[in-house]
Design a protein around this ligand. Sequence first.
Ligand code: GLV
Ligand code: MN
Ligand code: MN
Length: 438
Amino acid sequence: MNRRSFLRHSAAFAALPILRPESDRVFVPGMQPAPLRVNGARLNGWLAGFDRIGRTAGGINRVAYSEADLAGRAFTLDLFREAGLTPRVDTAGNIFGRIDGTDRSLRPILIGSHVDSVTDGGNFDGPVGSFGALEVAHSLREQAVRLRHPLDVVVWSNEEGGTIGSKCAIGYLKPADLDKVARSGKTIREGIGLVGGDVARLSEAVLKKGDLACYIELHIEQGGLLEKAGLQIGVVEGIVGLRWFEITITGFSNHAGTTPMDQRQDAMLAAAKFTVAVNEAVRGVPGRTVATVGRVTVTPNTTNVIPGQVVLTVDLRDLDAAKVEQFTQRFEQLGREIGAATRTTFAFSRTVDSAPAISDQKVMTWIDGAARSLGLTRQRMPSGAGHDAQEIAHIASMAMIFVPSVGGISHSPREFTKPEDVVNGANVLLNAVVAADR
Ligand code: GLV
Ligand code: MN
Ligand code: MN
């Protein structure tokens, strides 16, 4: 898949289907009813309340399976109840709640996002879509709008650690993944247990192709395209593929004062050369590939010892799976070359792999129509961030709704989305769900 395939699909906006009077709304044939609206003050109030959980001097710290994540999930469980949904935690630790539909033969429409954060992150990446989905359910109940389909709200577990909860939901988590250590310091196995899951029964969390009518996720853009274009809504056409590596560079620790410069096996020097080489390799090829060395652990990490070992991470992304593969090969080759030049060895391991995903035309049309009915400006666009939606795309039709991020900043304590944009996004989600139900 490549970006051009997204852009081929022109924005053919379909009219928002007319609501049937399952609710007390008046149905006039040939006339478009006013779009539904969420309670925006309530939604932004929930977000403001959530901002207190896991807030530290560095930003929001609700990394999956931490104390703050558990507190965030408890807060979220209360919101399920407040919205009139009985929450259920599946064996992977994902939280689900349902509003029954009027037609028992129909499959559920699923909406939601996540509430865990990165280290030193913000309060909007995840919670906007999770609480937005809860607000949609709350508004539908409050306004006595009965859908034909069941409506399921989901809050996925451990999105930031590699979409772990949604990978479990499509049966893609490998047994070896359970022993990987998450940012909280706990293994995924321990973490899933902590949040109320049960790794011995993970297969019970698996959703099969055909189990869902569709999946729609509201999220902040996390980039600056919407703000630059002065637009209110992004209709996501596809989500980048993402691959994470953990690379162990082994040299030899020795005395920093007595070891001549030409006799060192300096793992830190090799890591520095590799970091620059990764950046130059990606910049040297036209396209939208991105790669980041984000974490470096140096041993022994002291002033007067030549570093004997460095463990670093690389985050590699592109909309085209072939490009991800091509750069994987290139990075491994760079490791061999730099290893030979610095007398160190590079050992690569892949910690996360998520394939690129393309959105469903029909679901995008429902989102387009919902935004149009609300008078909101919009564009179709790709997502450079990874999302649970890209995992669910393996088993269901999906699309995402983006709202602007101020300054294009995210994964940062300065992440911010204006309250009116949060409300716009939730209103689009609400009306897209109604359209999907038709
Ligand atoms: C998730 O937010 C990611 O894109 O890393
Ligand atoms: Mn994120
Ligand atoms: Mn997110």
